[in-house]
Structures are given as structure tokens and as C-alpha cells.
Design a protein around this ligand. Structure first.
Ligand code: DCP
Ligand code: MG
Ligand code: MN
Length: 340
């Protein structure tokens, strides 16, 4: 939202925002999506306020701030801290939970199982728990995967992929998306879309999985393939793993997405994010009787054939990112403006 850009540390609510952001980060780490979203909306509201919000009553009158968050805002203003945040910092089980949620591919269920089994450290997991191969890599490279990647390094990983891909077939292109495309100074991983004009997914798959990935392993750039439990796309359109620059020893998380040219626009929107922006633009599509996913923008067409009512989703646009915005009737937003 445009108002957010006006935010600086000079904002009258800067201290409140700072503490709420820490709380939000905590809920994000705990994979509590609902609370994370409530906090993000509340923070975004506060960033737009020209005056300092000092009471719960004043806060609750603002959009996206319920009574509980309003009470927390008042607590911060009065005491310069938030007890809830302090308690989670000090709670040893919260500390272990946070640690385990940082293991690649581990969700709340897995992390809690480990805690329930009496494990408390990463070494406990390595010596006493039964781990999948991905989890073993996730733990061995725990620090690597949880450290941020500079734009220069993201670009170097991207260039290596592009270079190898073009050696195989010059018509292939590789585009860096994710937080990098949104202009982030640092990223959590490297997200890339691979495509080739006029080429179907099955052919893209063959080149990437049978030629590109093995070659990149062979030159020592790719280090591990990681199975993902979160994937709900059709099998085989993405590759998750780890890569490492020749000049470095730090392993980075790398996500490759294979996309047919005619779906590029929708895939760019999806994979550029951020996730909150994706949720809101999808909701907007729904409100207009359409459906947006990573393959395209679809329109609901109700037809009747032989007395039978048929519901059919017809593709409206998939190829062009800009056209999707146009058809949805929303002004174009540059990737760096897609932060909610
Ligand atoms: N995405 C999404 N919903 C999810 C996961 C991802 O919509 N549950 C989309 C939006 C993200 C993009 O995919 O921006 C890439 O996912 P990442 O997890 O790599 O997130 P980012 O690249 O945005 O941030 P980071 O720097 O942490 O990697
Ligand atoms: Mg990313
Ligand atoms: Mn990613």
C-alpha cells in the first residue's frame, strides 16, 4: 500500500512498530500465519498514522486493529515493552521450537514431535532422532540456510544457472524472482523461473532434470536435492535444493520453477510475491468472479449442455503479467511495490 512508503524511524509510532515487528517475527517463526497476518496489517496501519497512538481506545478505532492488539499497543506505550514478547524470549521450550522450525522442511508438527521425544539441541537430532535425508542436510547446513543472501551473491548463483542453461540450449531463459525481484537487499533463498519459448512442460522437465541439474551437480555448484513436504503443485514442475558458489563454502537454498511460456505472466506474479500480496490479488480475482493461480487468470463460464449445468474455468490470460493486472482492473504494481 502506498502509505507504507512514507514510513521512517521518525514516525511517531516507531518504537511501538519496532516491538510489534519483533512479535510478528516471532509468530512468523512459529508458523502462526493468522497472527502474523493480523500483526502485519496492524503494523501497516500504524505506519500510516501521522500522530502517536497512545491509548487502546485510540488504537482500536483504527482499521485492522482489534481490542487485543490495541491493548498491546497501550502496554508498549506505557511500559516500553511487551510482556508477551519477553516471555517468549525467555521460555526455553519456545527457544527450542524456534530452533527446530529453522530446520529446512520441518513444520510445527515435526518440531513438536522432536521436543516431545525429549530432544533439545541440533546435536540431539543428529545423534538420536530418525531423520530424512533433507532434514539431515537442513541440520548440517542449519546456519547457512538461515543466513541472508546479498543481491550480489543471488546474482552470481543466477548467472551460473543461466550460463549452464544457455550452453545446453541458448533459447532457454532463467529469471531471478522472489524477494530479489521485489528489490530486497537480502534474500532467504534464490528463486528462479526457467522457460523456453514454444516448449511444453514435459520437454522443459527433460532438459532441466536430465541435463541441467546433473551437470550442475557435476561441476560442484549444486550440492543437494531437497524433497519438499510443502509442495502442492503438480509433481515435477519444481526443483528444491542447495547450491554453493565456487568461491564459497556457504550452501544456499535454491528453488527452480519450470514454466511454459504461455504461463509466464501468472508464474511471475506468483513467484515474485510476496505471499501476502499474492493472497490479496487472488482474493480480488475471486471477488470479480475470476480465479488467479500460478498458471493463469481464469474466468468462470456457466454453460448448459443437454440440460446439464456445467461450470468451466476458461483461461483469460497467462502469458503477460501486465495483461493480468489489466484484466483484473488493478493498476500495475512494480515488483518492489508488491509488499503488503
Ligand atoms: N509463495 C506464496 N505462498 C507461499 C510460499 C511462496 O505465495 N506459501 C510465493 C510468494 C513468494 C515466492 O513464492 O514471494 C517465493 O517464496 P519464498 O519462500 O522464497 O519467499 P521470498 O522469496 O518472498 O522471501 P525470501 O527472501 O525469504 O526467500
Ligand atoms: Mg525466496
Ligand atoms: Mn523460495
Amino acid at each position: 500500500d502506498p502509505g507504507a512508503n512514507r514510513y521512517t524511524s521518525q514516525n511517531p509510532n516507531a518504537r511501538t512498530i519496532q516491538i510489534l515487528e519483533e512479535m510478528c517475527k516471532h509468530y512468523d517463526q512459529m508458523q502462526d500465519q493468522w497472527r502474523t497476518l493480523s500483526y502485519r496489517k496492524c503494523i501497516s496501519t500504524l505506519k500510516k498514522q501521522p500522530i502517536k497512538i497512545t491509548s487502546a481506545k485510540q488504537a482500536a478505532a483504527l482499521p485492522f486493529i482489534g481490542t487485543r492488539l490495541a491493548d498491546k499497543i497501550e502496554e508498549i506505550v506505557l511500559t516500553d515493552r511487551l510482556r508477551r514478547l519477553d516471555s517468549t524470549r525467555d521460555d526455553p521450550l519456545d527457544v527450542v521450537l524456534r530452533l527446530y522450525l529453522g530446520v529446512y522442511g520441518a513444520g510445527l508438527v515435526q518440531a513438536n514431535k522432536w521436543i516431545q521425544a525429549g530432544h533439545r539441541t541440533l546435536a540431539d537430532l543428529q545423534t538420536k532422532a530418525k531423520l530424512t535425508e533433507s532434514q539431515q542436510v537442513g541440520i548440517a547446513h542449519y546456519h547457512d540456510f538461515n543466513s541472508r543472501i546479498s543481491r550480489t551473491e543471488v546474482e552470481a548463483h543466477g548467472a551460473l544457472i543461466t550460463n549452464e542453461l544457455q550452453n545446453i540450449d541458448p533459447k532457454f531463459t532463467a529469471t531471478i524472482v522472489g524477494s530479489y525481484r521485489r528489490g530486497a537487499k537480502e534474500s532467504g533463498d534464490i528463486d528462479m523461473i526457467l522457460t523456453r519459448p514454444g516448449t511444453a512442460l514435459s520437454a522443459l522437465r527433460t532438459t532441466v532434470f536430465s541435463v541441467l541439474v546433473p551437470r550442475l551437480f557435476k561441476i560442484g555448484f549444486l550440492k543437494a536435492s531437497l524433497a519438499t513436504s510443502r509442495s502442492n503443485d503438480p509433481v515435477g514442475t519444481k526443483w528444491h535444493g542447495a547450491s554453493c558458489l565456487p568461491s564459497s563454502t556457504v550452501w544456499r537454498r535454491m528453488d527452480l520453477l519450470l514454466v511454459p511460456e504461455e504461463e509466464m505472466g501468472a508464474a511471475l506474479i506468483y513467484f515474485t510475491g510476496n505471499d501476502i500480496f499474492n493472497r490479496s490479488i487472488r482474493l480480488l480475482a475471486c471477488k470479480k468472479g475470476m480465479r488467479l493461480n500460478q498458471r493463469g487468470l481464469f474466468r468462470d463460464v456457466k454453460r448448459e449442455r443437454r440440460g446439464e449445468k456445467l461450470n468451466e474455468w476458461v483461461l483469460v490470460e497467462g502469458r503477460s503479467e501486465r495483461r493480468i493486472f489489466e484484466v483484473l482492473g488493478v493498476p500495475w504494481r512494480e515488483p518492489h511495490e508488491r509488499i503488503c
